[in-house]
Design a protein around this ligand. Structure first.
Ligand SMILES: Nc1ncnc2c1ncn2[C@@H]1O[C@H](COP(=O)(O)OP(=O)(O)O)[C@@H](O)[C@H]1O
Ligand SMILES: [Mg+2]
Length: 278
């Protein structure tokens, strides 16, 4: 079995027209985070976040800068503990970094001295997989993100968009059931960003992975998501959840349609009700 087939086999997908809904993968149960400010006073960054995400869903967390999105993602990824409440993954509380999670941050965070292939096979190396299997998985993921032929390049030889693809390939390399992405395309120019949105849609459809995607871009959230969790300003909580009922795969041109515009207006209205949007 190839690494891709292995990765796909592990992941439950929302079958088209399926009667039973996919199982709940993630539960946010009244999650809150209180930081200590420099002057020692408590800062409530995230408050009472509730919601469920089902296997195979693409969910965006949309909110203004500074509202607590990264805080929520860090807690979901198990890199930060909630002050109150809990996050459950497959019914078990997330208390630390988990196998089965792939994480992509705003900056690609690649090792400059390692080639594309060596960056992508790193999680397999850390896990102690046989070298052949590391390479096989890495090559499958490099193909999936459209970087075949660039295996032996170094990060500095790649554009920003390509580096972010490497980070996505690395996050996918162990066949995660959950991909957590915190503004992964925030540093890219508008055209590269559209291209990456198309690529991410394709990758998520092909891999079947559940994706939780943080963004402050209304259009990006509407384009990519099955559902959008719209966050309020600080302390951040889920103000509303908008289901984006547009067929897939979606083309960029769909962004110009009235139907798409209705979703954008609705999301913007929810954000504006929170006192502005950056
Ligand atoms: N380690 C920290 N200590 C104190 N305050 C923090 C810390 N990290 C984040 N904050 C504050 O929490 C709020 C939410 O931050 P963050 O989660 O990064 O927001 P976002 O990702 O939506 O821009 C901000 O006001 C930020 O200043
Ligand atoms: Mg952030």
């Amino acid at each position: 079995m190839t690494a891709t087939a292995g990765a796909l086999a592990q992941v439950p997908v929302l079958a088209a027209g399926a009667s039973a809904p996919a199982p709940v993968l993630i539960e946010f149960d009244r999650v809150a985070k209180v930081y200590k400010a420099a002057d020692g006073r408590p800062v409530r960054a995230v408050d009472s976040v509730k919601g469920e995400i089902r296997a195979g869903e693409f969910v965006s967390i949309l909110g203004p800068s500074g509202c607590g999105k990264s805080t929520l993602m860090m807690m979901l990824a198990g890199l930060l503990r909630p002050s109150e409440g809990e996050i459950r993954f497959k019914g078990k509380p997330v208390t630390g970094p988990q196998e089965g999670f792939g994480i992509v941050f705003q900056d690609a965070v690649l090792f400059p001295w390692r080639t594309v292939q060596d960056n992508v096979r790193l999680p397999g190396e850390v896990r102690g997989l046989p070298r052949d299997e590391q390479i096989e998985r890495a090559q499958a993921m490099i193909r999936l993100v459209g970087l075949a032929g660039f295996e032996s390049k170094f990060p500095h030889e790649l554009s920003g968009g390509m580096q972010q693809r490497v980070a996505i390939a690395r996050a996918l390399s162990l066949g995660p059931s959950l991909l957590v992405m915190d503004e992964p395309f925030g540093a890219l120019d508008a055209m590269t960003r559209e291209q990456m949105n198309l690529e991410l849609q394709r990758i998520s459809l092909e891999s079947g992975a559940t994706v939780v995607f943080v963004t402050h871009s209304i259009a990006e959230a509407a384009f990519l998501s099955d559902r959008v969790f719209v966050m309020s300003g600080r302390p951040s909580t889920v103000r509303d959840i908008v289901t984006v009922d547009l067929p897939r795969p979606r083309a960029i041109q769909q962004m110009n349609t009235d139907r798409f515009g209705v979703y954008v207006a609705r999301l913007r209205g929810l954000l504006d009700a929170e006192g502005g949007h950056s």
